[in-house]
Ligand binder design. Structure first.
Ligand SMILES: NC(=O)c1ccc[n+]([C@@H]2O[C@H](COP(=O)([O-])OP(=O)(O)OC[C@H]3O[C@@H](n4cnc5c(N)ncnc54)[C@H](O)[C@@H]3O)[C@@H](O)[C@H]2O)c1
Length: 348
């Protein structure tokens, strides 16, 4: 726990697409947080961002772990590095906010979560949609009973354009990288998933299949343990903009996050017998409030010595669904999640 008299001092580790936004959040958007240092092996980038926020910068993660004045690390480095950095932070008694996924190896993820628990440090995972006001409203309507018994869940997440091939080669594939958020939302809103069927295709760029061995468009059919059904569709390259929409159909009402939530302003342009509204182009624009809310919740948990959420087990459970989807796409058969769960450290 940080001393009550001062802000929670957080090191931002990794300063790419999402890490640079988190750095700004820690520097400017959360009164109880202090951006203590920014770290990236790309020294030019670390220096630029350090100077922008007038904080020290470093290319050495070890230096940060050795600094007794730092309370926590926010890990936004490439996915394959998370588990090791997480374990080392736990050993150095730093609280940890880790971007998803924790690891591409379920055994390493389970070991990292165990290390944090045994060290007594807090661990929160970057499932920011749980902090988006629209997604929270859907959850509130489910909790207050107004949706009733859930029968159908539908989620769409589409990027406007695919990230770099370098990113695609290290991110673990579309299910571990993109669908993971939809899997987390599915569990959070509806409950545990018992069966997954997935299919996909590389349609926008042959290099996604040939170089990254991945697909860029995917559909996942879900069967939940409580009997509800679900469908998730994802695209790396919608072309038209960024979209994260959702629908939960229940026995009493249906709640939907639709077109209006994708707009960047409430302004419409009417011309040439058509109506146009501008939609966002990326996840940071769409989910800025969610990202800030997630980091603010982590800082609050550290400051008040309370349990953060979503937890490491939430990350492990969502990743088990990503593995099930990957397996299903490979075999073109539905996969029972329980058959995989024991092997991925998921404690039900
Ligand atoms: N929650 C979300 O919505 C969300 C969105 C984007 C990315 N992510 C996750 O965040 C992570 C980073 O993704 P990104 O899109 O920002 O990637 P990116 O490639 O844009 O940035 C990664 C950064 O990490 C730096 N880096 C490399 N090795 C490092 C090390 N040893 N220590 C510290 N930094 C190191 C790189 O130099 C780079 O600046 C990934 O795990 C990704 O899954 C989450």
């Amino acid at each position: 726990m940080a001393p009550a008299s001062r802000k929670v001092r957080v090191a931002q580790v990794g300063l790419g697409r999402i890490g640079s936004f988190h750095a700004e959040t820690l520097a400017r958007r959360i009164p109880d947080a202090e951006l203590a240092v920014v770290v990236d092996p790309n020294g030019e980038l670390a220096r630029t961002i350090g100077e922008r926020f007038e904080v020290p910068w470093s290319t050495s993660y070890d230096e940060v772990l050795g600094d007794g004045d730092i309370d926590a690390v926010l890990l936004a480095s490439p996915t394959p590095l998370h588990a090791d950095q997480l374990e080392r932070a736990a050993a150095a008694h730093k609280h940890i906010f880790c971007e998803k996924p924790l690891s591409l190896d379920p055994a390493l993820a389970a070991s990292a979560v165990r290390a944090a628990r045994e060290a007594g440090v807090k661990l929160q995972v970057g499932f920011h949609r749980r902090f988006d006001p629209d997604f929270r409203t859907v959850r509130d309507r489910i909790d207050d009973g107004s949706v009733g018994d859930i029968r159908f869940f539908r989620a769409t997440c589409r990027d406007m354009q695919a990230p770099s091939l370098q990113y695609l080669q290290s991110c673990g594939g579309i299910f571990a990288d993109v669908t993971l958020h939809d899997f987390d939302v599915a569990r959070w809103l509806v409950g545990e998933v018992s069966e997954v069927y997935a299919t996909g295709a590389a349609l926008s760029d042959p290099a996604i299949a040939e170089v990254a061995g991945d697909v860029d468009n995917a559909v996942v059919v879900l069967r939940f343990a409580n009997g509800a059904l679900g469908v998730i569709d994802n695209s790396r390259a919608s072309g038209y903009g960024y979209e994260a929409s959702l629908e939960v159909m229940g026995s009493r009402s249906t709640v939907r996050i639709g077109a209006a939530a994708q707009r960047v302003t409430g302004v419409e342009t009417l011309a040439g017998a058509s109506r146009r509204s501008d939609i966002g182009t990326d996840f940071v624009g769409r989910f800025a409030e969610g990202y800030v809310g997630a980091v603010a919740a982590f800082v609050r948990a550290v400051a008040t010595d309370s349990d953060p959420s979503p937890t490491g087990q939430d990350a492990i459970a969502a990743f088990a669904l990503a593995l099930a989807a990957q397996g299903s796409m490979g075999t073109q058969r539905p996969v029972k999640v329980d058959e995989l769960a024991a092997g991925v450290g998921h404690e039900r």
